[in-house]
Design a binder for this molecule. Structure first.
Ligand code: NAD
Ligand SMILES: O=C[C@H](O)CS(=O)(=O)O
Length: 477
C-alpha cells in the first residue's frame, strides 16, 4: 500500500473527482533525492472550477452534528492508517519515522478537537435593552461561516498543519480550497480520500496542487474566496495580505525562537529539552529553538551538557528507527544553512559541534561567540543550528529576546516566579513556555504570533473564531 500510494500520479481533487493534468510536477524522496511521486499542476481554470464548486457546496446544508460525525470518522480512518501516512510523510518531508508517527497522531487529534468544537459554536446575548430607547428590544449574536476559505500550507508538517486549516474550517460550516506545499503534497491528497470515505459532502473540500505563486495569485484574483488562511514564510504572508484587499486573512509565519536558561534552572532538564527541540525535523519547525541565552554563572555547565546530548544524535536515513535527523527539504536549503554558519564563523562565531553538510543533510550544530546581528541569530535559520550566548541581567536578556522582527513563542527555564511573571508580561511573543523550550505546542491551545510572526490564532476553537463572522440579531418586541 505504501509503495502504491507513493508510485501513483496524483490528480487535482475538484468537486469529488480526481483530475489529472498533462503537465505534472515531481515530488522527491527527500533522503534519496529520487522521484517518489508525480502530482498534477493546476491552471487558472482549475482554480476557478474549484472555487465555484466550493461556493455551490455552501448552498447544501451541512449541520453541526454531521460535521462532527464526518470529522470524527476522518480522524478514526487516519488513526487506522497511521503507519502508511507516517512512512509517506517521512519520504516526502525527510522527517524521522518516529516524528512522522507523532505527526499523524496529532493530525487525528486536531480533527477530533475540531469535531468537538463543531458542536459548541455559539454567540452571546447582548443587553441592548439597557440603552435608552431600546427598552423593548432584545439581541443575540450568531457565528456564521465566512464562506469559501483558501488554505495555503507549508512543507514542514504537511499533514497536521493541513488539519489545522481543514478541521476548523469544516467544523464552522465553511468550504475549503486547499493548496498544499508543492514539495510535500501527498499526505494532503490522501487526506482528501479519507474525507471522501468519511462522508464529507461533495465540494466541501477541494485540493489543488501545483506552483504556489500561480495558484496563490489565481485564488487571490477570485472574488468568491472570502478568506485566506496561510501558514508559511513571512514574505509570502505579506504578499497575500497585500493582495487580499478587505477579505479576512490569518497568517501563521516564521520565527527565530529564543529560549532562556536562568541560573536557578534544572540544567539537565533544560539541556535535554533544548537538544530535542532545536533539532526535531532537522530544525524545520517554526518554533524550533534557535537562540539560547544562558545566565553566565551556569553557561559553561549548560553548554557542556548541550554538546554531549547533541553529539549523540544520529544523522541518517529517516526511515530507520534510530535516526534522529534526516535531510533538509531541499539541497539548496542545506547549502544555505551551511553558508550562514560559514558567514557566522567568519564574523567570529565558534562551532562547538556540527557545522558539516552531507548532501541535503546538515549535522546538528551549536554555535558560540555569536552576536545578535549575525544571520544565524537575527533571521530564521529553519535548519539544525542553535546559537548559545551568555547574559548577566534579567532586563538585558528580555531586551535581547525582544530584539527580533519575530514573536511566535519563547521558552524560559527558571524556578524564579518573579522572573517568570515579568517575562510573561514583557516578552513580545504569542506564547511563553516556562520550564520548557520554545517549541512546545499541543493542538487545542491558542497558537499564533505577534510582529512578523503573523496575525490570528490557530487551535480549532480559536481558528473557528477567525473563520466565522459574528452577526447580531436585534428583536424589536
Ligand atoms: N507559524 C506557524 O504556525 C508556522 C508553521 C509552519 C511553518 N511556518 C513557516 O513556514 C516557513 C517554511 O515553510 P515553506 O518554505 O513551505 O513556506 P513558503 O512560504 O515558501 O510556502 C508556503 C506555501 O505558500 C505557497 N506559496 C508560495 N508562493 C506563494 C504565493 N506567491 N502566493 C500564495 N502562495 C504561495 C507555497 O506553495 C506553499 O504552499 C517558515 O518560515 C516557517 O517558520 C510557520
Ligand atoms: O512549524 C511550526 C508548527 O506549527 C509547529 S508544530 O508542528 O505544530 O508543533
Amino acid at each position: 500500500m505504501t509503495a502504491t500510494a507513493l508510485e501513483k500520479q496524483y490528480g487535482l481533487y475538484i468537486n469529488g473527482e480526481w483530475k489529472s493534468t498533462e503537465e505534472t510536477m515531481d515530488v522527491l524522496n527527500k533522503y534519496t533525492q529520487k522521484i517518489a511521486s508525480k502530482i498534477s499542476k493546476a491552471d487558472k481554470s482549475h482554480v476557478d472550477e474549484a472555487v465555484k464548486g466550493a461556493k455551490l457546496a455552501l448552498e447544501k446544508p451541512f449541520h453541526p452534528t454531521d460535521r462532527y460525525h464526518v470529522l470524527m470518522k476522518a480522524a478514526q480512518l487516519l488513526i487506522e492508517r497511521t503507519e502508511e501516512f507516517a512512512r509517506i510523510l517521512t519520504v516526502e518531508v525527510g522527517k524521522p519515522i518516529g516524528e512522522s508517527r507523532g505527526e499523524v497522531e496529532r493530525a487525528a487529534l486536531t480533527l477530533q478537537i475540531s469535531a468537538e468544537e463543531a458542536k459548541r459554536i455559539h454567540g452571546e446575548g447582548i443587553p441592548v435593552e439597557s440603552a435608552p430607547g431600546s427598552e423593548n428590544r432584545m439581541a443575540f449574536t450568531l457565528r456564521v461561516p465566512v464562506g469559501v476559505i483558501a488554505a495555503i500550507t507549508p512543507f514542514n508538517a504537511p499533514l497536521n498543519l493541513v488539519c489545522h486549516k481543514i478541521g476548523p474550517a469544516l467544523a464552522a460550516g465553511n468550504t475549503v480550497v486547499l493548496k498544499p506545499a508543492e514539495v510535500t503534497p501527498i499526505t494532503a491528497l490522501m487526506l482528501a480520500s479519507i474525507f471522501e470515505e468519511a462522508g464529507l459532502p461533495l465540494g466541501r473540500l477541494q485540493v489543488l496542487t501545483g506552483e504556489g505563486a500561480g495558484i496563490g495569485n489565481w485564488l487571490l484574483e477570485n472574488k468568491d474566496v472570502s478568506m485566506f488562511t496561510f501558514t508559511g514564510s513571512p514574505g509570502v504572508g505579506e504578499y497575500i495580505r497585500s493582495k487580499a484587499g478587505l477579505r479576512k486573512v490569518a497568517l501563521e509565519l516564521g520565527n527565530n525562537s529564543a529560549t532562556i536558561v536562568h541560573k536557578d534552572a534544572d540544567l539537565e532538564q533544560a539541556a535535554s529539552l533544548i537538544t530535542q527541540k532545536s533539532f526535531n525535523n532537522a530544525g524545520q519547525v517554526c518554533i524550533s529553538v534557535q537562540r539560547v541565552y544562558v545566565q553566565e554563572e551556569v553557561y559553561e555547565q549548560f553548554l557542556l551538557k548541550l554538546k554531549e546530548k547533541t553529539e549523540k544524535l544520529i544523522v541518517g536515513n529517516p526511515l530507520e528507527e534510530n535516526t534522529d535527523i534526516g535531510p533538509l527539504i531541499r539541497l539548496r536549503e542545506a547549502e544555505r544553512v551551511d553558508s550562514w554558519v560559514k558567514e557566522a564563523v567568519q564574523q567570529g562565531a565558534k562551532i562547538e559541534t556540527g557545522g558539516k553538510r552531507e548532501g541535503a543533510s546538515y549535522y546538528p550544530t551549536i554555535l558560540t561567540n555569536v552576536n545578535d546581528d549575525m544571520k544565524v541569530c537575527r533571521e530564521e535559520v529553519f535548519g539544525p543550528v542553535v546559537s548559545v550566548a551568555g547574559y548577566n541581567d534579567i532586563n538585558e536578556v528580555i531586551a535581547r529576546v525582544n530584539d527580533s522582527d519575530y514573536g511566535l513563542q519563547a521558552g524560559l527555564f527558571t524556578n524564579d516566579l518573579k522572573f517568570a511573571m515579568k517575562a510573561a508580561r514583557e516578552i513580545e511573543v504569542g506564547g511563553l513556555i516556562v520550564n520548557d523550550a520554545s517549541a512546545y505546542r499541543v493542538d487545542h491551545m491558542p497558537y499564533g504570533g505577534v510582529k512578523n510572526s503573523g496575525t490570528g490564532k490557530e487551535g480549532p476553537k480559536y481558528a473557528i473564531e477567525e473563520m466565522t463572522e459574528e452577526k447580531i440579531i436585534v428583536m424589536n418586541l
